[in-house]
Design a binder for this molecule. Structure first.
Ligand SMILES: NC(=O)c1ccc[n+]([C@@H]2O[C@H](COP(=O)([O-])OP(=O)(O)OC[C@H]3O[C@@H](n4cnc5c(N)ncnc54)[C@H](OP(=O)(O)O)[C@@H]3O)[C@@H](O)[C@H]2O)c1
Length: 248
Protein backbone atom coordinates (compact mmCIF):
# COMPACT_ATOMS: atom_id res chain seq x y z
CA UNK A 1 0.00 0.00 0.00
CA UNK A 2 1.22 3.52 -0.79
CA UNK A 3 2.32 5.34 2.37
CA UNK A 4 1.15 8.97 2.37
CA UNK A 5 2.24 11.23 5.23
CA UNK A 6 1.37 14.77 6.27
CA UNK A 7 3.82 16.47 8.60
CA UNK A 8 2.46 19.77 9.89
CA UNK A 9 5.00 22.52 10.55
CA UNK A 10 7.68 20.83 8.45
CA UNK A 11 9.50 23.88 7.08
CA UNK A 12 12.13 23.57 9.83
CA UNK A 13 13.05 21.92 13.11
CA UNK A 14 11.57 18.58 14.18
CA UNK A 15 8.98 18.64 11.37
CA UNK A 16 11.60 19.05 8.64
CA UNK A 17 13.74 16.24 10.11
CA UNK A 18 10.66 13.99 10.28
CA UNK A 19 9.67 14.76 6.67
CA UNK A 20 13.16 13.94 5.40
CA UNK A 21 13.52 10.71 7.38
CA UNK A 22 10.03 9.59 6.36
CA UNK A 23 10.70 10.24 2.67
CA UNK A 24 13.87 8.16 2.96
CA UNK A 25 11.68 5.37 4.40
CA UNK A 26 9.36 5.41 1.40
CA UNK A 27 6.57 7.78 2.39
CA UNK A 28 5.19 10.29 -0.09
CA UNK A 29 5.31 13.39 2.13
CA UNK A 30 3.33 16.61 2.34
CA UNK A 31 5.52 19.29 3.93
CA UNK A 32 3.10 21.74 5.54
CA UNK A 33 4.21 25.19 6.63
CA UNK A 34 2.59 28.40 7.77
CA UNK A 35 4.89 31.25 6.71
CA UNK A 36 8.33 30.15 5.54
CA UNK A 37 7.72 29.04 1.98
CA UNK A 38 11.44 29.18 1.05
CA UNK A 39 12.36 26.79 3.84
CA UNK A 40 9.53 24.39 2.97
CA UNK A 41 10.75 24.41 -0.65
CA UNK A 42 14.26 23.59 0.54
CA UNK A 43 12.96 20.59 2.51
CA UNK A 44 11.08 19.34 -0.57
CA UNK A 45 14.18 19.89 -2.74
CA UNK A 46 16.36 17.95 -0.30
CA UNK A 47 13.86 15.07 -0.35
CA UNK A 48 13.74 15.01 -4.14
CA UNK A 49 17.55 15.15 -4.45
CA UNK A 50 17.71 12.10 -2.18
CA UNK A 51 15.28 10.27 -4.49
CA UNK A 52 12.12 10.74 -2.41
CA UNK A 53 8.71 12.20 -3.23
CA UNK A 54 7.31 15.30 -1.54
CA UNK A 55 5.10 18.33 -2.05
CA UNK A 56 4.78 21.46 0.07
CA UNK A 57 1.54 23.08 1.15
CA UNK A 58 0.85 26.30 3.01
CA UNK A 59 -1.85 26.17 5.68
CA UNK A 60 -2.33 27.65 9.11
CA UNK A 61 -3.50 24.57 11.01
CA UNK A 62 -5.48 26.68 13.47
CA UNK A 63 -7.87 27.70 10.64
CA UNK A 64 -10.51 25.15 9.74
CA UNK A 65 -10.91 26.20 6.09
CA UNK A 66 -7.14 26.08 5.53
CA UNK A 67 -6.92 22.58 7.06
CA UNK A 68 -9.74 21.40 4.80
CA UNK A 69 -7.94 22.80 1.75
CA UNK A 70 -4.68 21.18 2.90
CA UNK A 71 -6.27 17.73 3.07
CA UNK A 72 -8.04 18.23 -0.26
CA UNK A 73 -4.65 19.01 -1.84
CA UNK A 74 -3.20 15.80 -0.37
CA UNK A 75 -6.18 13.80 -1.70
CA UNK A 76 -5.62 15.22 -5.17
CA UNK A 77 -1.82 15.16 -5.37
CA UNK A 78 -0.69 12.25 -3.16
CA UNK A 79 -3.76 10.04 -2.64
CA UNK A 80 -5.35 8.80 0.57
CA UNK A 81 -3.45 9.83 3.67
CA UNK A 82 -2.16 6.92 5.80
CA UNK A 83 -0.01 8.79 8.32
CA UNK A 84 -0.19 12.15 10.13
CA UNK A 85 2.37 13.86 12.34
CA UNK A 86 0.75 16.69 14.31
CA UNK A 87 3.98 18.64 14.77
CA UNK A 88 3.09 22.32 14.19
CA UNK A 89 3.39 24.12 17.50
CA UNK A 90 4.21 27.52 18.91
CA UNK A 91 5.17 29.16 22.14
CA UNK A 92 5.49 32.85 22.94
CA UNK A 93 7.78 34.98 25.09
CA UNK A 94 8.64 33.63 28.50
CA UNK A 95 6.47 35.17 31.22
CA UNK A 96 4.52 34.26 34.31
CA UNK A 97 0.85 33.40 33.91
CA UNK A 98 -0.16 36.54 35.83
CA UNK A 99 1.25 38.63 32.91
CA UNK A 100 -0.49 36.76 30.06
CA UNK A 101 -3.38 38.26 28.12
CA UNK A 102 -6.25 36.32 26.58
CA UNK A 103 -5.08 36.87 23.00
CA UNK A 104 -1.73 35.19 23.64
CA UNK A 105 -3.27 32.22 25.42
CA UNK A 106 -5.79 31.83 22.59
CA UNK A 107 -3.04 31.90 19.92
CA UNK A 108 -1.07 29.16 21.66
CA UNK A 109 -4.13 26.96 22.14
CA UNK A 110 -5.36 27.63 18.59
CA UNK A 111 -2.25 26.23 16.92
CA UNK A 112 -1.21 23.58 19.43
CA UNK A 113 -4.62 22.21 20.39
CA UNK A 114 -7.27 23.26 17.85
CA UNK A 115 -4.85 22.74 14.95
CA UNK A 116 -3.94 19.23 16.06
CA UNK A 117 -7.60 18.32 16.60
CA UNK A 118 -8.62 19.60 13.16
CA UNK A 119 -5.84 17.70 11.40
CA UNK A 120 -6.63 14.54 13.36
CA UNK A 121 -10.30 14.91 12.40
CA UNK A 122 -9.54 15.19 8.69
CA UNK A 123 -7.12 12.26 8.89
CA UNK A 124 -9.59 10.00 10.70
CA UNK A 125 -12.30 10.83 8.17
CA UNK A 126 -10.02 9.44 5.44
CA UNK A 127 -8.29 6.60 7.32
CA UNK A 128 -11.25 4.98 9.13
CA UNK A 129 -12.15 1.52 7.85
CA UNK A 130 -15.86 2.15 8.48
CA UNK A 131 -15.60 5.01 5.97
CA UNK A 132 -13.80 2.83 3.42
CA UNK A 133 -10.33 4.02 4.46
CA UNK A 134 -7.15 1.94 4.78
CA UNK A 135 -6.47 2.59 8.49
CA UNK A 136 -3.42 4.58 9.48
CA UNK A 137 -1.19 6.01 12.15
CA UNK A 138 -1.15 9.40 13.89
CA UNK A 139 1.72 10.75 16.00
CA UNK A 140 1.24 13.87 18.09
CA UNK A 141 4.31 15.92 18.97
CA UNK A 142 3.69 16.78 22.57
CA UNK A 143 6.38 17.94 25.01
CA UNK A 144 7.91 17.08 28.36
CA UNK A 145 6.39 20.45 29.28
CA UNK A 146 3.06 18.60 29.60
CA UNK A 147 4.51 16.86 32.66
CA UNK A 148 6.80 19.60 33.97
CA UNK A 149 4.41 22.55 33.52
CA UNK A 150 7.01 25.14 32.37
CA UNK A 151 6.68 27.44 35.42
CA UNK A 152 7.89 31.04 34.89
CA UNK A 153 8.25 30.41 31.16
CA UNK A 154 5.07 29.32 29.41
CA UNK A 155 2.44 27.51 31.44
CA UNK A 156 0.00 28.12 28.55
CA UNK A 157 2.23 26.15 26.17
CA UNK A 158 2.72 23.34 28.71
CA UNK A 159 -1.04 23.10 29.24
CA UNK A 160 -1.62 22.93 25.48
CA UNK A 161 0.65 19.88 25.39
CA UNK A 162 -1.27 18.38 28.31
CA UNK A 163 -4.38 18.68 26.17
CA UNK A 164 -2.59 16.94 23.33
CA UNK A 165 -1.59 14.07 25.64
CA UNK A 166 -5.22 13.63 26.69
CA UNK A 167 -6.37 13.71 23.08
CA UNK A 168 -3.76 11.02 22.27
CA UNK A 169 -5.27 8.67 24.86
CA UNK A 170 -8.91 9.39 24.00
CA UNK A 171 -8.57 9.30 20.24
CA UNK A 172 -6.43 6.15 20.38
CA UNK A 173 -9.27 4.36 22.18
CA UNK A 174 -11.92 5.93 19.95
CA UNK A 175 -10.43 4.81 16.63
CA UNK A 176 -8.50 1.63 17.46
CA UNK A 177 -11.23 -0.53 15.89
CA UNK A 178 -10.96 1.58 12.74
CA UNK A 179 -7.39 0.41 12.15
CA UNK A 180 -5.93 3.71 13.32
CA UNK A 181 -3.18 3.96 15.96
CA UNK A 182 -2.59 7.24 17.82
CA UNK A 183 0.59 7.86 19.82
CA UNK A 184 2.77 10.76 20.92
CA UNK A 185 6.36 11.74 21.48
CA UNK A 186 7.33 14.08 24.29
CA UNK A 187 10.57 15.82 23.32
CA UNK A 188 12.66 17.55 25.97
CA UNK A 189 15.22 20.25 25.13
CA UNK A 190 15.70 19.98 21.38
CA UNK A 191 18.03 22.20 19.38
CA UNK A 192 15.65 24.20 17.13
CA UNK A 193 14.58 27.82 16.67
CA UNK A 194 11.64 27.36 19.04
CA UNK A 195 13.65 28.58 22.04
CA UNK A 196 14.39 31.88 20.27
CA UNK A 197 10.66 32.44 19.84
CA UNK A 198 10.40 32.23 23.63
CA UNK A 199 13.01 35.03 23.80
CA UNK A 200 15.95 32.86 24.91
CA UNK A 201 17.97 31.37 22.03
CA UNK A 202 20.56 30.04 24.49
CA UNK A 203 17.99 28.22 26.65
CA UNK A 204 19.49 24.77 26.04
CA UNK A 205 22.95 25.88 27.25
CA UNK A 206 21.38 27.26 30.43
CA UNK A 207 19.41 24.10 31.17
CA UNK A 208 21.46 21.21 29.77
CA UNK A 209 23.18 20.41 33.06
CA UNK A 210 19.73 19.49 34.45
CA UNK A 211 19.37 16.77 31.79
CA UNK A 212 20.75 13.36 32.85
CA UNK A 213 22.37 12.92 29.42
CA UNK A 214 23.90 16.41 29.90
CA UNK A 215 22.95 17.83 26.49
CA UNK A 216 20.10 18.98 24.28
CA UNK A 217 18.71 16.58 21.69
CA UNK A 218 18.59 16.93 17.92
CA UNK A 219 15.53 17.15 15.70
CA UNK A 220 16.59 13.91 14.05
CA UNK A 221 16.66 12.07 17.38
CA UNK A 222 13.00 13.02 17.83
CA UNK A 223 12.19 12.15 14.21
CA UNK A 224 13.52 8.61 14.71
CA UNK A 225 11.05 7.98 17.54
CA UNK A 226 8.21 9.44 15.47
CA UNK A 227 9.09 7.21 12.51
CA UNK A 228 9.05 4.12 14.71
CA UNK A 229 5.61 4.96 16.11
CA UNK A 230 4.29 5.57 12.59
CA UNK A 231 5.65 2.27 11.31
CA UNK A 232 4.26 -1.26 11.36
CA UNK A 233 7.03 -2.12 13.83
CA UNK A 234 4.78 -0.37 16.37
CA UNK A 235 1.69 -2.33 15.29
CA UNK A 236 0.61 -3.18 18.88
CA UNK A 237 1.35 0.28 20.27
CA UNK A 238 -1.45 2.82 20.59
CA UNK A 239 -2.30 5.50 23.15
CA UNK A 240 1.38 5.46 24.13
CA UNK A 241 4.12 8.03 24.68
CA UNK A 242 7.84 8.06 24.02
CA UNK A 243 9.78 10.61 26.07
CA UNK A 244 12.70 11.82 23.94
CA UNK A 245 14.19 13.95 26.65
CA UNK A 246 17.62 12.70 27.69
CA UNK A 247 16.19 11.22 30.87
CA UNK A 248 14.69 14.44 32.28
N1 LIG B 1 12.34 22.35 20.31
C1 LIG B 1 12.02 21.80 21.47
O1 LIG B 1 12.81 21.84 22.45
C2 LIG B 1 10.70 21.11 21.65
C3 LIG B 1 10.48 20.43 22.85
C4 LIG B 1 9.27 19.79 23.05
C5 LIG B 1 8.31 19.81 22.06
N2 LIG B 1 8.54 20.48 20.91
C6 LIG B 1 7.45 20.49 19.93
O2 LIG B 1 7.92 20.04 18.68
C7 LIG B 1 7.15 20.64 17.63
C8 LIG B 1 8.10 21.25 16.63
O3 LIG B 1 8.91 22.18 17.31
P1 LIG B 1 10.26 22.78 16.73
O4 LIG B 1 11.15 22.98 17.90
O5 LIG B 1 10.70 22.01 15.55
O6 LIG B 1 9.69 24.23 16.32
P2 LIG B 1 10.19 25.35 15.30
O7 LIG B 1 11.59 25.11 14.89
O8 LIG B 1 9.80 26.64 15.94
O9 LIG B 1 9.24 25.08 14.03
C9 LIG B 1 7.86 25.23 14.13
C10 LIG B 1 7.21 24.77 12.85
O10 LIG B 1 5.79 24.87 13.02
C11 LIG B 1 5.24 25.61 11.95
N3 LIG B 1 4.02 26.28 12.41
C12 LIG B 1 3.87 27.11 13.47
N4 LIG B 1 2.59 27.49 13.59
C13 LIG B 1 1.91 26.89 12.58
C14 LIG B 1 0.56 26.89 12.16
N5 LIG B 1 -0.38 27.61 12.82
N6 LIG B 1 0.22 26.15 11.08
C15 LIG B 1 1.15 25.43 10.41
N7 LIG B 1 2.45 25.38 10.76
C16 LIG B 1 2.82 26.11 11.84
C17 LIG B 1 6.34 26.53 11.50
O11 LIG B 1 6.10 26.92 10.15
P3 LIG B 1 6.67 28.32 9.52
O12 LIG B 1 8.11 28.41 9.92
O13 LIG B 1 6.50 28.14 8.04
O14 LIG B 1 5.81 29.40 10.08
C18 LIG B 1 7.56 25.61 11.65
O15 LIG B 1 7.67 24.76 10.53
C19 LIG B 1 6.23 21.65 18.32
O16 LIG B 1 4.95 21.11 18.47
C20 LIG B 1 6.89 21.85 19.66
O17 LIG B 1 5.95 22.25 20.64
C21 LIG B 1 9.70 21.13 20.67
Amino acid sequence: MKKVLLVTGASRGIGAATAMLAAASGYAVCVNYRARKDEAEQVVEAIRRAGGFAIHAAADVSKEDEVERLFAKIDAELGTITALVNNAGILERQMRLEEMDAARIARVLATNVVGSFLCAREAVRRMARSRGGPGGSIVNVSSMAARLGSPNEYVDYAASKGALDTMTIGLAREVAHEGIRVNAVRPGLIDTEMHASGGEPGRIDRLKSSVPLQRGGTAEEVARAILWLLSDEASYTTGSFIDVSGGK
